[in-house]
Structure formats: structure tokens, C-alpha cells
Design a protein around this ligand. Structure first.
Ligand code: FES
Length: 95
């Protein structure tokens, strides 16, 4: 679900395609990976190493590392602070 600004809407934002665990998603230019996945209904970004419990965004400001995932070209990134880019591939840590 995405909430549009009552005055500005989202008309000026372009759609960006990216993949997460080999599934193709669309987000809006300027979205972080976490926000774009959340808007697509994806809230589990990985599973905990110890108990295999689902993990997603927690602090949302780059402090807790709960949202860590892999980006295909550089490795570990924080989904809450990394902006999506066209065609990029992201994976859960267990992939
Ligand atoms: S949600 Fe805490 S670092 Fe991303």
C-alpha cells in the first residue's frame, strides 16, 4: 500500500524495476529497498541465523542491521537506507 501526498501525489516519480530473491518488483524512484519491498507486501527480508525467525525492517534509520540483505554487485547493504536502482538484484542472506 502506498499513501500519496494530498497535494503532490506521486506524479513526478518514475517507476523502478528491481528483483529480490529472483522475483521482479516495481518501486518508485527515491524509495529505499525496504520501503519498495514493503509497498509490494514483502516484509521478511531474511531469517535469523540462530532461530530461523523472520526479520525485516526494525529501526528504519540504519542503526540496527535487522534489514541486512545482499546486493548482487557490492554485497551486504541495509535495506532501510539503500535506494533502489533500475535492474539491481537483491537477495536474502540465506539465498
Ligand atoms: S531497519 Fe535498522 S538498520 Fe535497517
Amino acid at each position: 500500500m502506498r499513501i500519496d501526498h494530498p497535494l503532490f501525489g506521486n506524479k513526478s516519480r518514475k517507476t523502478v524495476s528491481f528483483s529480490f530473491n529472483n522475483e521482479i518488483y516495481k518501486g518508485m524512484k527515491g524509495d529505499t529497498i525496504g520501503v519498495a519491498l514493503w509497498a509490494n507486501g514483502v516484509k521478511t527480508l531474511r531469517h535469523s541465523e540462530k532461530n530461523n525467525e523472520p526479520r525485516g525492517m526494525y529501526c528504519g534509520i540504519g542503526q540496527c542491521y535487522e534489514c541486512r540483505i545482499y546486493r548482487s554487485d557490492i554485497g551486504l547493504v541495509k535495506a532501510c537506507t539503500t535506494l533502489i536502482k533500475e535492474g539491481e538484484k537483491y537477495y536474502s542472506l540465506e539465498e
